[in-house]
Design a protein around this ligand. Structure first.
Ligand SMILES: Nc1nc2c(ncn2[C@@H]2O[C@H](COP(=O)(O)OP(=O)(O)OP(=O)(O)O)[C@@H](O)[C@H]2O)c(=O)[nH]1
Ligand SMILES: [Mg+2]
Length: 280
């Protein structure tokens, strides 16, 4: 059978569950997820091969930014539009628990200009009854040209197989873009830095997670096959250091231990993580 591909842009408001879904589909944690807003900042590719079909998913930063294309969050928007441009199908993900019709119509109006197949996916169906979704489906369907509607739970792995089957109908003959065992466009060091950012998002609040930079300065396999990693948390204000380190170093210890465990889980190797906070 001839090889086929299909490229799908996963877009939707911040917190809709895009990264959680891509991780479930790929079967590995390639994109960090968190209940805070704007978790994903980069364009992240996740690859799922099913028999002769290569499915390429683009995880994107939350599309709240569609509205204000010229403000300072420019890079986020560029990443988002790059994914939209390069995709064959747009999968618009909605958090079923917090549907705001006006916002949704606003976003769908913007997407009208984009001449691609659109699929709407109601996510987090584990939190609401499907009865609540139907009126929204009818309203959207009467106004926009949507290929199909799905309801799923990315977290609980419900409805994903059906969605993938449907998406595959749009695949077309082409050489595969990624090698068979390649799951993402991002290297290990990027994923490691992201895991630290995810942990920091969990423990530190307000502007801090969004005002730090993370640099992986050492990443090596030891003779015993353990991984040794050194990371620098770069801050731009001295007062952040006290908060990140915490009283008697308690905060940084928590962050280090949790992140070390996450890296061990993702790479399935024992990890030794060393962190340093530096005012850059
Ligand atoms: N109950 C429930 N929670 C979910 C589901 N999918 C995602 N979540 C939660 O929703 C939150 C946001 O998930 P993310 O995957 O980070 O959302 P995102 O759309 O990638 O967000 P940004 O990167 O900020 O645009 C996390 O706390 C997830 O655990 C789901 O199907 N059910
Ligand atoms: Mg995300």
């Amino acid at each position: 059978m001839k090889n086929k591909i299909i490229k799908i842009a996963l877009i939707g408001k911040t917190n809709a569950g895009k990264s959680t879904l891509i991780n479930k589909i790929v079967g590995e944690k390639i994109s960090i997820q968190n209940k805070k807003i704007n978790t994903t900042l980069d364009l992240i590719v996740g690859v799922k091969n099913i028999k002769h079909i290569q499915m390429i998913f683009y995880d994107t930063p939350g599309s709240n930014f569609l509205k204000t294309f010229n403000s300072n969050s420019k890079t986020l928007k560029i990443n988002l539009w790059q994914a939209i441009d390069d995709s064959d199908v747009i999968l618009y993900l909605i958090d079923s628990k917090t549907i705001k019709l006006k916002f949704l119509f606003d976003q769908l109006n913007k997407l009208e200009e984009v001449n691609k197949k659109k699929i709407i996916v109601f996510n987090k169906i584990d939190l609401v009854s499907s009865k609540n979704i139907l009126p929204f489906v009818n309203k959207i369907d009467s106004k926009y040209n949507i290929e199909a509607f799905f309801s799923i739970s990315g977290k609980k792995n419900k409805g994903i197989d059906n969605l993938l089957k449907f998406l595959n109908k749009f695949s077309y003959n082409s050489k595969w873009i990624y090698k068979e065992d390649e799951l993402t466009n991002k290297g290990d060091e990027f994923i490691i830095s992201e895991l630290l950012r995810e942990t920091i998002l969990t423990y530190l609040h307000k502007e801090i997670p969004y005002n730090i930079d993370i640099k992986t300065t050492e990443y090596k396999f030891l003779k015993n096959n353990n991984i040794k990693i050194k990371q620098k948390i770069l801050i731009n204000e001295n007062r952040y250091k006290k908060i990140i380190v915490g009283k008697k170093g308690i905060m940084i210890k928590k962050i280090r231990e949790e992140c070390q465990q996450k890296i061990s889980d993702v790479f399935k190797k024992r990890t030794h993580l060393y962190l340093e906070v530096i005012n850059a």
